[in-house]
Design a protein around this ligand. Structure first.
Ligand code: ATP
Ligand code: MG
Length: 507
């Protein structure tokens, strides 16, 4: 193991030995990081390691209980996020923080709207500036639209546009690519590199090792709230980093188990929703894992939501084991044995004020209540069991979910649906935000479910996950199914080709 190699240049921002406790929970015990001008620095660690807490200290959201904090080598104290922003630090959080009722342009320029003649806010300047930013970023987002209803990917891009427009000296991003796929990630990387080349210091958190190694100049590892080491990216291996993160050797992907594939359980025929997707037909059979691949915005999440009855559809039908499913009725879907693990888990998957146990068994409780079987002890036992299986890190399962780290919240949503024992499970990005140690466990659980005859439809933007787990891969592009690829024929190139049609020729 290399020893920590901290910088020789003067870092633009540095924190040494910072601590932060919330009541009895010590989120940070030795928060140490140095961000140099002109570098891209990756921060890695398991779910609950204290990464987001460290970032919130840098951002002035949390005052550290102790520690040495410096800007350009001089001691500094940030009492509020405004202090940190004034010092040229822009932070993009794990959960986007846009105002849903404002337009995209208003969100970007909030608090500093360009003024025209007579001191009035110039909407046209705002629109022109926002359009310029999106052109730089290469994304077609309408600056005049209301932020509500935007995908996570688009919200993230808007936050980045805002940071760029602020001309930040330090850009900090908490899992910026979690909601993005291939092309969007590449675009973001391009932007990050050009900011670095202009001298900005960039810190980003990621659970994806390909991008940690592809993008960063240096990597800092945290474990259990403490600094472990900072490495020059070129002189360290993935295995070494993983060992420092978890303290042992592990594999990122669980090898797929073969399951007996039976009759179709979920049958989707000619499903369409004007302007969103059309002519979607496929089956998922008992014991089968069908991967649904495609770029962000291809309509995969929308299809899953329509099947589950959250959104309406205008054409087509859904059947579960040959029985037509009432459209636009999630309760009917649950009664018919469907489960959906949503993409935007914070908003759709959890009740933040309720405890971990309560959340984990919420869906189950609905079912239990219906059959008059509710038992507090049983609920508690199930909550505990699933929290343990998914390694949910919390001081107590009775604490509100709001106090959990991002990745641990994701695990609770997964637990909630896995505990219901559905016939058909729709999972949208099952391992997004989940650390490398638990990822293999999630894959094992999904594989187990298929092994027990459950039909699984898995939306994933991570190609290795789709290629590793799926018996069959459906690919969507711009609201249509463009390919069905059997496991034996599946390659990353084929999937990408069907998702983008930008490659020169079909491999
Ligand atoms: N407001 C809070 N109240 C109580 N505990 C908290 C609070 N914020 C964070 N924690 C705890 O501090 C620890 C570190 O959390 P943090 O969010 O920094 O982790 P993380 O490294 O960002 O993890 P992830 O990869 O899952 O996002 C966790 O155990 C979390 O439950
Ligand atoms: Mg976090």
């Amino acid at each position: 193991m290399t020893t920590s190699t901290l910088a020789e240049d003067v870092p633009v921002l540095e924190l040494h030995h910072a601590s932060k406790a919330f009541g009895a929970v010590v989120a940070l015990s030795d928060g140490t990081i140095e961000i140099l001008p002109g570098e891209i620095h990756a921060l890695v660690g398991e779910n609950g390691a204290g990464k987001s807490t460290l970032i919130k200290v840098l951002a002035g959201v949390h005052r550290p209980d102790s520690g040495d904090f410096r800007l350009d080598g001089q001691p500094v104290t940030f009492s509020t996020p405004a202090d940190s922003k004034a010092a040229g630090i822009s932070v993009i959080y794990q959960e986007p923080t846009l105002f849903p009722d404002l337009t995209v342009a208003e969100n970007i320029f909030i608090g500093r709207q360009p003024r025209g003649r007579g001191g009035l806010i110039s909407r046209s300047t705002m629109r022109t500036e926002a359009t310029k930013l999106f052109t730089t970023l290469g994304v077609p987002i309408d600056p005049e639209r209301i932020a509500a209803g935007l995908s996570i990917a688009d919200q993230q891009i808007i936050e980045i546009a805002k940071a760029i427009s602020l001309d930040a000296r330090v850009l900090i991003m908490d899992e910026p690519t979690a909601a993005l796929s291939g092309v969007e990630v590449e675009r973001l990387f391009g932007v990050a590199r050009s900011l670095r080349d202009r001298g900005a210091g960039i810190l980003f958190i990621s659970h994806r090792f390909d991008e940690v190694f592809g993008l960063s100049d240096r990597i800092t590892v945290m474990r259990d709230g403490a600094f472990i080491a900072t490495h020059t990216t070129g002189s360290v291996t993935v295995d070494a980093i993983v060992r420092e993160m978890v303290g042992r050797d592990i594999s990122a992907l669980f090898p797929k188990q073969e399951a007996a594939i039976g009759a179709p359980v979920l049958s989707v025929r000619g499903l369409g929703r004007v302007g969103v997707f059309s002519d979607i037909s496929f089956d998922v059979r008992a014991g089968e894992i069908v991967g649904l691949a495609g770029l962000v915005g291809a309509g995969r999440t929308e299809v899953a939501r329509a099947i589950f009855g959250i959104d309406k559809y205008d054409a087509g039908s859904v059947e579960v084991s040959g029985v037509p499913l009432r459209p636009h009725d999630p309760q009917a879907a649950i009664a018919a044995g469907l489960g959906l693990v949503p993409e935007d888990r914070r908003k759709q998957g959890l009740v933040m004020e309720l405890s971990v146990t309560r959340n984990a068994t919420l869906t189950l409780r609905n079912a239990l209540t219906r059959f008059g079987l509710i038992s507090g002890a049983r609920e508690h036992a199930l909550g505990e069991e699933w929290s343990r299986r998914l390694q949910v890190k919390t001081a107590s399962p009775d604490l509100p979910v709001a106090t959990l780290s991002g990745g641990n919240q994701q695990k609770v949503v997964l637990a909630k649906w896995l505990a219901t024992d559905p016939q058909v499970l729709l999972v949208d990005e099952p391992t997004r935000g989940i650390d490398i140690g638990t990822k293999a466990e999630v894959h094992r659980l999904i594989s187990d479910l298929a092994g027990r005859g459950i039909a699984v439809l898995m939306i994933s933007s991570e190609l290795p996950e789709v290629l590793g787990m799926a018996d069959r891969i459906l690919v969507m592009r711009e609201g249509r199914l463009t390919a069905t690829i059997d496991r034996a024929d599946a390659t990353a190139e084929r999937v990408m080709f069907a998702a983008t049609k930008t490659l020169e020729s079909m491999p």
